[in-house]
Design a protein around this ligand. Structure first.
Ligand code: CAA
Length: 408
């Protein structure tokens, strides 16, 4: 029985910062950010967006044409969660009016919990082929203003329906794993920004790749040439190329530098213009490969490396299915990518430094351009989400808005 991705969609904020504007403000040669790190633009969430609204917007599109009554599990993967107890999956479940006989859960292991979620979803579907699982991976990547990590920030969500009727990609049964207790990147509960030892994190990523790949080879008997394309976890786009050249060297691949680049380049295009989206990042790379590659990829095998700091790595493979293009909302994604507002540096810093009150008092967030869902505010320490009938930019009036009842 085949299991894999039946539908997939992404959502990104409608705002972003041109990386050249950031370089200028931080007095850095723009070529370092553009060529050295490989970023051009970074998605910036508005104050009325969070991982729930980003994830719900991605899921709304991913559920188009899917039989919702078959969804009995919603898994939400994130490392920028909004509550220590309640799963973000419950908010998404409500916003999307999903069936109530449903299991809802949130998962965490840095950027790779989405991959464990994928494999748990596949196991569920293998046991109950009539069921479908909605998997949402959603994150806001934040580092300190002016820190080395700042140009690698980003935000976004990917939602996938995992089922026994895959239309996009059938996933292989073998996975290579690697876990080691290291402190390369982490975020204590009392901090809003991640702490990171950047150079060390790259070394650990590479080591986890080697070990997960070796385990995968042992499990599956596959080899480097088994795959036509590769998708890597992308904290920034150059990392994908670095990782691929490293693996190719280890495997003594006979491919030319241009041949190796072609195996990974199409998966980098979205990351370059979105930035890191932690749990969603690998799957934004998959969408980038599927939607930007000029040729049909039907029948081609893809190798995936998922990395989560702390750390865990996973290597696995999948086969792109006939007719996959018809099942992709490529036009919607292109529209999202091209119709974004370029923020000034001051606007970006205002969005970045905006914080929600912690006193439980009634608070309404200013209304910005969002998708179909937004964070309306807070009341009694509870987040209030609302559906947005039409995308509009309106002036905010917090006092009046406080009196109006939100949808949720
Ligand atoms: N023109 C062109 N290239 C230039 C340049 C210039 N003027 N100046 C520097 N460069 C190049 C450098 O040579 C270097 O390239 P190589 O790595 O190929 O040598 C590249 O630009 C970056 O330069 P530095 O290493 O000096 O940059 P930095 O010290 O500012 O840090 C970083 C870069 C470590 C990636 C930092 O942005 C960071 O800490 N990012 C967050 C952590 C991260 O993304 N880690 C990745 C692995 S962990 C992970 O994957 C989990 C996750 O999602 C976070």
């Amino acid at each position: 029985m085949k299991t894999g991705i039946e539908s997939i969609s992404m959502y990104i904020p409608r705002f972003g910062l041109d990386i050249r504007d950031l370089a200028k403000a931080r007095n850095v040669d723009p070529s370092k950010f553009i060529r050295g790190i490989g970023q051009e633009f970074m998605a910036v969430p508005a104050p009325d967006e969070d991982v729930v609204t980003l994830g719900a917007n991605a899921a709304l599109q991913a559920l188009e044409g899917v039989d919702r009554s078959a969804i009995r599990t919603v898994i939400f993967a994130t490392e920028s969660g909004i509550d220590q107890s309640k799963a973000a999956a419950i908010y998404v479940h409500k916003l999307l009016d999903l069936p109530q006989n449903c299991r809802t859960v949130e998962m965490k292991q840095a950027c790779c919990s989405s991959t464990s979620a994928l494999h748990f979803a596949m196991a569920t579907v293998a046991l109950h082929p009539e069921q479908k699982v909605l998997l949402v991976a959603s994150d806001v990547a934040r580092y300190g203003l002016g820190s080395p990590g700042e140009p690698t920030q980003g935000a976004g969500a990917v939602a996938m329906v995992i089922s026994a009727q895959p239309k996009i990609i059938a996933m292989g049964e073998h996975v290579g794993y690697y876990t080691e207790d290291v402190m390369d990147f982490w975020r204590p509960n009392y901090m809003d920004e991640a702490l990171v030892d950047g150079k060390y994190s790259i070394k650990v990523y590479m080591h986890a790749l080697e070990e997960a790949w070796n385990d995968y080879r042992t499990q599956s008997q596959a080899h480097f040439e088994s795959f036509r394309h590769f998708c890597y976890h992308l904290p920034f786009s150059r990392m994908g190329l670095k990782a691929h050249l490293h693996l190719a060297r280890l495997e003594k691949s006979g491919l030319s530098a241009a041949g190796l680049q072609a195996q990974v380049e199409p998966s980098l295009a979205y990351n370059r213009r979105i930035g890191n989206a932690y749990t969603a990042s690998l799957y934004l790379g998959l969408l980038s490969l599927l939607e930007t590659h000029p040729e049909s990829l039907e029948g081609n095998r893809v190798g995936f490396f998922s990395y989560g700091s702390g750390c865990m790595g996973a290597f696995f493979g999948g086969t792109i299915l006939p007719g996959y293009r018809k099942a992709l909302p490529t036009r919607v994604h292109r529209d999202l990518m091209t119709n974004r507002q370029r923020l000034t540096l001051a606007e970006y810093e205002a969005f970045y430094t905006h914080t929600l009150p912690q006193d439980g008092n009634c608070y309404r967030t200013d209304r910005h351009r969002t998708g179909a869902f937004r964070l309306a505010g807070l009341e009694n320490h509870q987040r209030l989400y609302e559906k947005v009938p039409q995308v509009k930019v309106l002036a905010a009036d917090a006092a009046e808005a406080c009196a109006a009842a939100p949808v949720m």
